[in-house]
Structure formats: structure tokens, C-alpha cells
Design a protein around this ligand. Structure first.
Ligand code: NAD
Length: 316
């Protein structure tokens, strides 16, 4: 039986511990189990985060193992090797698929039936791997995908047009990585096309600004890793946002990564599209209209991912 107030986090490095810290403050859960191959790390993080509980809501936080996850409503997987300076996310693939072969079968054997949220990179390939290895219904396995990239885009666009980023609607789609793209043709502020809004406020040269912002979004992770070794606060807030959508059955639209079953002609790979997310994970994908260039970029991104998937041995 699923315990609606319980979450598990597998991998307690920069991303796992920051996500656990954000989840502790969210009030969504009353129990959180932290798992790491480095047991001391999990124990230390559990103690440290638990000491913040008196300033948030009552919650049991402890280091555990896979016998503790069977009744969790959500398992967040952040375990894996992190991206090194100069290394692309796709370079990480074989290393992290190997790590998943030690984790996902144990989750499967526990009898877990909640939503599996994959964060480790390359997230699209690992979400696909988790679907193959977990035996869960495909909609219950989602990747954080381009939720973080889209948050970066909204933040930068908010600065550009001087509007609250929550009122700027635009999506990064495709791979969470080098082949991602911005769906500019559907970007808008309160229903007004972004380009029209920009003109009204004296921002011209859209193409230049779009290209610069899209590059800045794509290169954010590289820049942060260069400067401070890892990115974790933005992704922690993304994890909290996705968990909120699931636990509150919000039906909100988030660009998570999920298994394609014919959308835009794509099949048998995980990639990010705006997706309605609710209690059981994926409710449906939103068929945002894409112009010719965007459609080409989506197909190219899917091909890049498929080329990797085809080379990986997913057998546990
Ligand atoms: P990190 O090295 O700080 O932490 C990784 C943790 O995983 C370590 O504590 C390690 O002990 C643990 N681990 C390794 N193998 C394990 C196993 N078999 N079982 C349990 N735990 C295991 O790395 P990080 O900075 O926290 O990044 C973690 C992952 O998140 C990386 O793959 C990184 O690229 C990814 N990431 C994804 C996004 C996103 O938007 N999806 C953003 C940032 C980072």
C-alpha cells in the first residue's frame, strides 16, 4: 500500500541532499528516507536536514535501504556520477546506466508502486533505462527533463522583459542537454506573443536576443559547474515542483521527460515535451504547435538520443 506522505531519495550528493532539503521545507511529506551507497553520507544528510524540521513541519527523516521504499509515494533518483568540467551529459551514459543496474532492480524487488522520478544524467536515457528495468507502468516513470532548463529560460526572459518569470510562458523541449531547443513560436506573456510583447516594450532584434538567451540557458550548467563544481539549487526546486504536482494531483503542465508513444511521430525514447502531470505521473502530453525549424530541432534531438539508446545495454 502506498503511503501518501512518504518520499525516498536515492543518492545524497549535491543534488540529492539539496532536493531532500527542499522537500523537507515543502510540507508535502511526513516521512523521508535517504539512501546512498555511502551510508555515512546518507546518515549525515538525514541528521543535518532533520535539524531544520522544528522550523518547518513535523517529519521523520532517516537513512535507510531498499526495504524502506516499498510504500513510498515517490522515489527521487539522483544517484550517479556528476558531470565533470568539459564532459557532456551524454558522456556520462555508460557510467550511470551501470549504477542504475544496481539501483532499479532493488526498487522493483521492493514492490514499489508509486512514481519514480529520475534526475541523474543523462536524464532522458536514464528515464528510458528506468522504464525498462523497473517494470512500472511507463507513465509512472518520469524524468526531470527540461523542467530546470525551462525555469532558467523563464528566469532569463523575465529579466529581459521585466516581468515576473511565472507570467512568462515558454518551454525548453527535447533532450535535457546539448540538442535542447526553445519553442519560441509559442512563447507568450499573458497570452500576448513574446515577440509582440517585446516590441511594445522597445526590445527589437528578436532573433539575436532569442539566440543569445537560448545559448545562455543551454550553457548555464557548464558555467555553474566550471565555477562551483556542481548545480543543485535550481534542480532541487525543480524536484520540489514536480513532487508537488504529483502529490497534489495538480494536473499542471511541466516539460518532464517521458516515453514517447507516437507524439510528433516519435517512439521508443524518452524526451521532454510539455506534459500534464498528476497523481500517477504522466496524464497526457500537450501538443504545442511547433514551426518548421522547431520541428526539425525536435527530430534532431530525438535522433541524437536514439543514437545513444541504441548503443546502450539496458539488460540488468
Ligand atoms: P554527487 O557526486 O554529488 O552525488 C552522487 C551521489 O550518488 C553520491 O553521494 C554517491 O555516493 C551516490 N551514488 C553513487 N552510486 C550510487 C548507488 N549505486 N546507489 C546509491 N547512491 C549512489 O553528484 P550530484 O552533483 O549530486 O549529481 C547527481 C546526478 O544528478 C548527476 O548525474 C548529475 O549530472 C545529475 N544532475 C541532473 C540535473 C537535471 O536537471 N536532471 C541537474 C543537476 C545534476
Amino acid at each position: 500500500m502506498v503511503n501518501d506522505r512518504k518520499v525516498a531519495v536515492v543518492g545524497c550528493g549535491f543534488v540529492g541532499s539539496s532536493s531532500a532539503f527542499a522537500l523537507m521545507q515543502s510540507g508535502l511529506f511526513s516521512e523521508m528516507v535517504l539512501i546512498d551507497v555511502d551510508r555515512n553520507r546518507a546518515e549525515g544528510e538525514a541528521l543535518d536536514i532533520a535539524h531544520g524540521v522544528p522550523f518547518a513541519s513535523p517529519m521523520k527523516i532517516y537513512a535507510g535501504d531498499y526495504s524502506d521504499v516499498s510504500d513510498a509515494a515517490i522515489i527521487v533518483v539522483t544517484a550517479g556520477a556528476a558531470q565533470k568540467p568539459g564532459e557532456t551529459r551524454l558522456d556520462l551514459v555508460n557510467k550511470n546506466v551501470g549504477i542504475f543496474k544496481t539501483i532499479i532492480p532493488q526498487i522493483r524487488e521492493s514492490g514499489f508502486s508509486g512514481v519514480l522520478l529520475i534526475v541523474s544524467n543523462p536524464v532522458d536515457v536514464l528515464t528510458y533505462a528506468a522504464i525498462r528495468m523497473s517494470g512500472l507502468p511507463e507513465g509512472k516513470v518520469i524524468g526531470s527533463g527540461t523542467v530546470l532548463d525551462t525555469a532558467r529560460l523563464k528566469y532569463m526572459l523575465g529579466e529581459h522583459v521585466d516581468v515576473d518569470p511565472r507570467d512568462v510562458h515558454a518551454y525548453v523541449m527535447g533532450e535535457h542537454g546539448d540538442s535542447e531547443f526553445v519553442a519560441w513560436s509559442s512563447a507568450q506573456v499573458a497570452g500576448v506573443p513574446l515577440s509582440t510583447f517585446c516590441e511594445l516594450h522597445g526590445h527589437l532584434n528578436h532573433r539575436e536576443a532569442e539566440a543569445r538567451i537560448a545559448e545562455d540557458v543551454k550553457n548555464s550548467a557548464y558555467e555553474i559547474i566550471e565555477k562551483k563544481r556542481a548545480t543543485y539549487y535550481g534542480i532541487a526546486m525543480s524536484v520540489k515542483r514536480i513532487c508537488t504536482a504529483i502529490m497534489r494531483d495538480e494536473g499542471c503542465v511541466l516539460p518532464v521527460s517521458s516515453l514517447m508513444v507516437g507524439e510528433y511521430g516519435l517512439e521508443d525514447l524518452c524526451i521532454s515535451l510539455p506534459t500534464v502531470v498528476g497523481r500517477d505521473g504522466v496524464v497526457c502530453r500537450v501538443p504545442v504547435s511547433l514551426d518548421y525549424d522547431e520541428m526539425t530541432q525536435l527530430k534532431d534531438s530525438a535522433e541524437a538520443l536514439k543514437a545513444i539508446i541504441d548503443q546502450v545495454d539496458f539488460e540488468a
